[in-house]
Design a protein around this ligand. Structure first.
Ligand SMILES: NC(=O)c1ccc[n+]([C@@H]2O[C@H](COP(=O)([O-])OP(=O)(O)OC[C@H]3O[C@@H](n4cnc5c(N)ncnc54)[C@H](O)[C@@H]3O)[C@@H](O)[C@H]2O)c1
Length: 324
């Protein structure tokens, strides 16, 4: 189906290109692109080009914008688009400061446009199966492990990376966010956390944490172990427990009491394997929601849950704090 919507992307770096490829794969034309680095837009000659976001919103007047910029720009860019009733699909994280959550939720309420956030791992078949399997069951306990590599070269690949002011954190808000989101989505929102974070990187430009051990409590008990100091991107593992039952997710396989149920993903892998295949089905669902008037499931409030968990981890410094 050809789209009649005017779709724009701001930020054509690593992930902006994945959004552009997903739109192309779905036959959706790109109406406008914006990047402060004009060279990033050269691959999209069919679209209007802008180097300033506000100018793009004002002059191109898109119906929807994909925000694929560094973390600190998400909140102001979301607010500006929602105020103009432009639909927003923002890359994770929703934002990096607590005050921004309230501002975004209020703007979302005032706007006639939808806000969606790209927490695409919820769209993997194994995640969808697990979520459905857990319905009505008493799973309230689980853990996730993220053991990945982010080298010095990775941190040097963008001036915004590795800094509190522009990335808003490290391993938790950037890499482990997806796993933390899946754990709370499947087990329920925890009320407290004790977290111990460290920075073992040898690169002085990396201010943020690259290791985290987080114990979440409340109605659900969640443990998250995350590091980006490993020598390889290992598969993420999630294990959930109920009385006498275990559910384990590893890659595209869900193990119920260690018996495997495998899923063949139909969507293409458009970026690095650690991003998973979720961008395509998520983007498709976002536009299906807009076209049908159905609310997109990962809206501001839903995406804010994992941000509240992460900001509480940053506040914790080893002590138990509440998540609010
Ligand atoms: N969902 C996922 O799995 C996933 C994977 C990778 C990245 N991401 C997220 O995508 C976002 C971008 O990450 P990335 O790796 O693509 O970063 P990147 O540095 O490769 O790309 C960012 C782009 O934004 C542009 N930019 C910066 N300031 C701008 C401004 N004011 N106006 C317009 N353009 C501007 C830069 O020139 C660059 O091209 C981050 O939020 C990141 O966490 C998500």
């Amino acid at each position: 189906m050809k789209n009649t919507m005017k779709i724009a992307i701001v930020g054509l770096g690593v992930i902006g290109k994945v959004h552009a490829a997903a739109l192309a794969e779905q036959g959706k034309a790109l109406y406008a692109v914006c990047d402060i680095d004009a060279a990033q837009m050269q691959a999209y000659p069919e679209a209007l080009h802008f180097t300033d976001y506000e100018t793009m919103l004002r002059e191109a007047k898109p119906d929807a914008v994909h925000i694929c910029t560094p973390h600190y720009l998400h909140a102001p860019m979301i607010l500006s688009a929602l105020e103009k009733n432009i639909h927003v699909l923002c890359e994770k994280p929703l934002c990096i400061h607590k005050e921004e959550i309230d501002m975004i939720l209020a703007a979302e309420k005032r706007s006639s446009a939808q806000l969606g956030v790209c927490q695409q791992n919820r769209y993997k078949k194994a995640s969808v199966f697990a979520k459905k399997y857990l319905e009505g069951k008493s799973f309230t306990n689980g853990y996730g492990t993220v053991v990945w590599e982010r080298s010095d070269a990775y941190y040097r690949s963008g001036a915004w990376r590795g800094k509190w002011a522009t990335e808003g954190g490290g391993t938790l808000i950037n890499q482990a966010l997806h796993t933390m989101d899946l754990l709370q989505w499947m087990l329920g929102m925890p009320k407290t956390v004790s977290a111990s974070l460290s920075n073992l990187h040898n690169e002085p430009a990396v201010e943020v944490e690259d290791n985290a051990v987080c114990f979440f409590g409340g109605d659900s008990q969640i443990t998250l172990l995350a590091t980006t100091g490993a020598g390889h991107d290992n598969p993420v593992e999630i294990v959930l427990h109920a009385d006498g039952e275990t559910l384990r997710i590893l890659n595209d396989t869900v193990y119920i009491n260690e018996k495997p149920v495998s899923f063949e993903e139909q969507a293409p892998l458009l970026g690095k394997s650690c991003y998973g295949i979720g961008h395509s089905p998520l983007i498709k669902d976002f536009y299906d929601c807009i076209e049908s008037g159905r609310p997109f499931p990962i809206n501001g409030e839903e995406a804010a849950k994992v941000i509240r968990m992460i900001l509480a981890c940053y506040e914790s410094k080893g002590k138990q704090v509440s998540i609010d």
